[in-house]
Design a protein around this ligand. Structure first.
Ligand code: NAI
Length: 463
């Protein structure tokens, strides 16, 4: 099948960048990204490409080149479904906040709504692609909904999980380590797989496009995220031991990373991982394992989350202890709120939990993040429901200027590894702070010797 029209349901951190890159690489395919969220779509269509709702290096340039040519953003979901031969489902699949599996299982209500809408609208055969991260065997549920429409339309369901990392999404999409496509083994299933392979083959070498059965593909995404998160929790566990033994986690990471069996990536100790995926996907894996009675498997992976929570907690605890066991009424400056550098995404960011702990201790937080608005910060804190919105507002203030944010602070805490923080005039910051001036570097970003020579009491993770 020659694909000429693609629709993507969900204009978020995955749907937006992924479709922009497909549009750029496949000028003969018309791509429409649809979303129920009108504001989000309006922002994607903003005349000034710098105002698109997602910050990713290189994304706005691609949108500028493709939007209005073969890339469109719309709220007309039905029209886009009707026009397309291939439909990506890229909606959010957060952890359930109610009912059975609350706090663990993936909430599939958005996925089901998409399936029902496709079933309602489709008048001819379609390939439906799971782009969202889904529990293993979700395709079965999708198929059951789609096959019971009674209008004779044939659907093929593919699993094509997305492995991009926020902050490097465009590079990851342009040059992926692999593209994974799972489908049915039937001739129709194989034909659908080939149709999607042909789309990616416009820029991805065919040997990097893996074909598997649907269940392997679905489970591979959960497995990849579990392994990645586990590396972070493993190095973070060792960081605590380093702090007790005068070993240095950066030296340990370098030493083990040079072992080619281990590899050097993803070995950076920090205040803990965040982001919308790692925690939710591992909880989902734990839930699925438990559902099959695999309690040891479930407990093994749950420990990754337990370690991560501990790492965030002990960071805030250490700030309180170091500041003479009280931060009540003290100004503490956060540099960074996003869950990592080069993104404006704040979901599950470690900063949120550290701030929540410190506000419980009655601290006043001054914040600077180059890409995150005060509105977002407050909404992240309010979401925790620890205290009233007005109390949160009283205890945290965003600044436009990092030097202003640091003025008269008792301590600065680095929560995100934005490159620009390294280049700040730290002498100027030191001069403007109360003494002793503390820096808690949750990302091991700054040069320890330089900071100490300026006069800071400087603490990082794992040394
Ligand atoms: P997101 O929350 O940024 O975007 C999802 C969008 O779907 C929202 O704009 C929402 O309004 C829209 N939506 C929900 N239900 C809808 C419906 N019925 N009709 C139309 N639009 C609807 O989520 P994000 O981060 O893009 O994640 C999407 C999926 O991709 C998730 O399953 C996630 O696990 C997975 N994923 C995310 C990655 C990331 O780095 N954010 C990386 C790889 C996979």
């Amino acid at each position: 099948m020659n694909i000429t029209n693609i629709c993507c349901i969900g204009a978020g951190y995955v749907g937006g960048p992924t479709m922009a890159v497909i549009a750029e690489k496949c000028p003969n395919i018309k791509i429409t990204v649809v979303d129920l969220n009108e504001t989000r779509i309006a922002n994607w269509n903003d005349e000034d490409v710098n105002n698109i709702p997602i910050y990713e290096p290189g994304l706005n340039e691609i949108v500028a080149r493709t939007r209005g040519k073969n890339l469109f953003f719309s709220t007309d979901v039905d029209k886009a479904i009707d026009e397309s031969q291939l439909i990506f489902i890229s909606v959010n699949t957060p952890t359930k906040t109610y009912g059975t599996g609350k706090g663990m299982a993936a909430d599939l209500k958005h996925i089901e709504l998409c399936a029902r809408q496709i079933a309602k609208v489709a008048k001819n055969n379609k390939i439906v692609v799971e782009k969202s991260t889904l529990p293993v065997r979700t395709a079965e549920a999708l198929k059951s909904i789609l096959d019971n429409t009674g209008n004779g339309v044939q659907f093929q369901i593919l699993s094509n999980p997305e492995f991009l990392a926020e902050g490097t999404a465009i590079q990851d999409l342009l040059n992926p380590d692999r593209v994974l496509i799972g489908g049915e083994t039937s001739p129709e299933g194989q034909k659908a797989i080939e149709a999607l392979v042909d789309v990616y083959a416009n820029w991805v070498p065919r040997e990097r496009i893996l074909k598997t059965n649907v269940w392997s593909s679905e489970l591979s995404k959960l497995t990849a995220n579990a392994f990645l998160a586990q590396r972070v929790s493993s190095i973070n566990a060792m960081s605590e031991l380093c702090e007790k033994t005068e070993a240095n986690i950066n030296e340990v990471a370098k030493a083990i990373g040079m072992d080619s069996r281990i590899g050097s990536k993803f070995l950076k100790a920090s205040v803990g991982f965040g982001g919308s995926c790692f925690q939710k996907d591992i909880l989902n894996l734990v839930y699925i394992s438990k559902a099959f009675g695999l309690n040891e498997v479930a407990d093994y992976w749950e420990q990754v989350i337990i370690m991560n929570d501990h790492q965030k907690r002990r960071f805030s605890k250490n700030i309180v202890q170091t500041l003479y066991n009280t931060v009540s009424g003290k100004k503490i400056t956060f540099l960074g709120w996003a869950f990592k550098k080069d993104t404006n995404d704040t979901r599950e960011s470690a900063a949120i939990y550290v701030a929540d702990d410190l506000i419980n201790e009655q601290a006043y937080i001054a914040l600077f993040d180059p890409k995150v608005s005060q509105k977002q910060v407050l909404s992240d804190l309010d979401y925790l429901e620890t205290r009233t919105a007005s109390e949160n507002e009283k205890h945290i203030t965003s600044y436009e200027n990092p030097y202003e944010a640091c003025k008269n602070a008792h301590a600065v805490a680095i929560l995100t590894e934005w490159d620009e923080f390294k280049d700040y005039d730290w002498q100027k910051i030191y001069d403007s702070m109360l003494k002793p001036a503390f820096v808690f570097d949750g990302r091991n970003l700054l040069d320890a010797e330089k900071m100490k020579s300026i006069g800071f009491v400087y603490q990082s993770i794992g040394s």
